[in-house]
Design a protein around this ligand. Structure first.
Ligand code: ZN
Length: 189
């Protein structure tokens, strides 16, 4: 079975070769994709189909900019669940875990990774390795936490001149943050 990532309007096949199936349409004898997804040929029924992007895991590439949620913060590394790849309309399969080594957090020396990011923070990072495991870095200024929650009451931390502060309980916390911290709508990346 051949598989290919396609965009709406992409030519898939012709009506002489195949029948237009789920997620496709035919126009002047050309079968085209009607949605973003994976082009699949059902050989048995001779139909062209496009499976929706939501069920298509994104393959990360070195250099990709990603948004992820911190799952766990340890002394030497941060474990991140990658949620979104910048500039790509595809969603990520839920089990795309990545790690940020303590040396990859900032340009300067960081003693403990867990002092910079904490569980449930949202971060922007760059992919520096994909195999055998996904590794990220946040050394540049536009990488780091884009949203962090108060570790006492779970309300979002607000950026103040002195650092991050919880508007609910007044707790002050440190994170390595991006310059646009707090300006992003996490639900609509
Ligand atoms: Zn709080």
């Amino acid at each position: 079975m051949k598989q290919k990532f396609v965009m709406p309007g992409d030519q898939l096949s012709t009506s002489e070769e195949l029948m237009p199936g789920d997620g496709t349409f035919e126009e002047n004898g050309i079968i085209r994709a009607a949605r973003i997804g994976t082009y699949v040929v059902d050989e048995k029924h001779r139909t062209a189909e496009v499976k929706p992007a939501t069920s298509t895991p994104v393959l990360l590439k070195k250099g990709d900019i990603v948004i992820g949620r911190v799952v766990m913060a340890k002394e030497k590394m941060i474990i991140v669940e990658v949620k979104h790849v910048s500039g790509k309309p595809r969603s990520i399969s839920s089990d795309t875990d990545a790690t940020i080594h303590v040396k990859e957090i900032a340009q300067g020396f960081i003693k403990e990774a867990s002092s910079e990011y904490k569980a449930e923070d949202y971060i922007r990072a760059k992919v520096i390795q994909v195999s055998p495991s996904v590794q990220l870095e946040t050394k540049e200024r536009n990488f780091g936490a884009i949203l962090a929650l108060c570790s006492k009451c779970r309300h979002p931390l607000i950026k103040k001149s002195h650092g991050l502060e919880c508007e609910n309980c007044g707790n002050k916390e440190h994170r390595r943050i991006t310059e646009d911290y707090g300006n992003l709508d996490i639900q609509h990346l």
